[in-house]
Design a protein around this ligand. Structure first.
Ligand SMILES: Nc1ncnc2c1ncn2[C@@H]1O[C@H](COP(=O)(O)OP(=O)(O)OP(=O)(O)O)[C@@H](O)[C@H]1O
Ligand SMILES: [Mg+2]
Length: 300
């Protein structure tokens, strides 16, 4: 990028950023990840997926995690959720070491994971009944509240195959939250949705987050999505997966899509772009297409 187009530091683009983040860090630490390491034994030697990852997420923080493909984002989410074990390091939730899965952590994946044989209502009641031991009527009353919160009252008795992708993910969010977790882990939850539905889901998620005492760790490939949603963005490097930077998003809340063209948004996005794609790196990568002769000389 030429000097003329270069924007000043993303931190200078909105007033009060330092004060806002000082206040955020005064809130209790909900998730404390310390030197988390994960090595996989692959066919061609060990793969260090995560190399001494440390970060903290505060109460009611919206933390996004970005990084190149293969940098260990899903591995990180799975380990925090207790679905996989680390090779080293420690994790604390509300100050207590976590070891294995628990209802204090909810998870939403990109793929649809609802029980296809249960209605929306029964999908959401499942956690309160099984994990929290609520009676059928209490679980149903609670499910109704979550269904209302995600705006699906008319679909309470529908089955997952009768819902659109965006609606399925709203049920998945409600189902995860119905367990009353302390943190919600979301691994590219909107990655399979079309652009319009995705934008709508981002807005729904911000509205839901405002209503619930929940800390969100949200993994995404999409830099706009990260800047739009997050308080802070944890940027990871690949091979080995390491913390590159914890970026404070200067864009004020409440967030609106108009802010996509604000100086603070553009500067934050550009900063992430530079971290993920250092200049001159990808431009030099070309595919070995020299021997292909699929296009005739007469075709432009
Ligand atoms: N079960 C496994 N066995 C061996 N290697 C694994 C396993 N799971 C992940 N890996 C390796 O660990 C690294 C991190 O994988 P991971 O899926 O966490 O990356 P990611 O950041 O989520 O990627 P993407 O953005 O493509 O989803 C990769 O190099 C991957 O090949
Ligand atoms: Mg992944």
């Amino acid at each position: 990028m030429s000097e003329a187009l270069a924007l000043p530091s993303y931190r200078d683009q909105a007033p009060g950023v330092a004060e806002r983040f000082a206040r955020l860090k005064e809130r209790p630490v909900i998730l404390d990840v310390r030197n988390l390491t994960k090595t996989f034994e692959g066919g061609s030697g060990p793969v260090v997926a995560l190399d001494r990852i440390s970060f903290q997420a505060h109460r009611r923080e919206f933390l996004c995690v970005i990084g190149p493909s293969g940098c260990g984002k899903s591995t990180l989410a799975r380990i925090i959720a207790g679905l996989d074990t680390p090779t080293g390091g420690q994790m604390l939730l509300d100050g207590k070491t976590i070891d294995g899965p628990g209802p204090d952590r909810g998870m939403v994946f990109q793929s649809y994971t609802l029980f296809p044989w249960l209605t929306v209502r029964r999908n959401i009641m499942f956690g309160p009944e099984v994990s929290r031991g609520l009676s059928d009527s209490s679980a149903e009353a609670e499910a109704r509240e979550w269904i209302d919160l995600v705006g699906l009252s008319r679909f309470a008795d529908s089955y997952p195959h009768q819902l659109s992708g965006g609606m399925k993910q709203r049920v998945a969010i409600a189902r995860a939250l119905a367990n009353r977790p302390r943190i919600l882990l979301m691994d590219e939850p909107f990655g399979a949705l079309d652009a319009q539905t995705r934008a709508q889901m981002q807005s729904y998620l911000l509205q839901i987050w405002k209503q619930v005492d929940i800390t969100i760790v949200f993994i995404t490939h999409d830099l706009d999505e990260a800047v739009y949603l997050a308080d802070r963005v944890l940027v990871l490097d690949a091979h080995p997966g390491r913390v590159r930077e914890m970026m404070e998003v200067p864009v004020p809340r409440p967030r609106t899509r108009d802010q996509f063209v604000s100086p603070a948004f553009i500067a934050a996005r550009q900063h992430l772009e530079e971290l993920i794609h250092p200049p001159g790196l990808t431009e030099n990568e070309t595919l070995p297409l020299g021997r292909m002769t699929l296009v005739g000389d007469d075709v432009e």
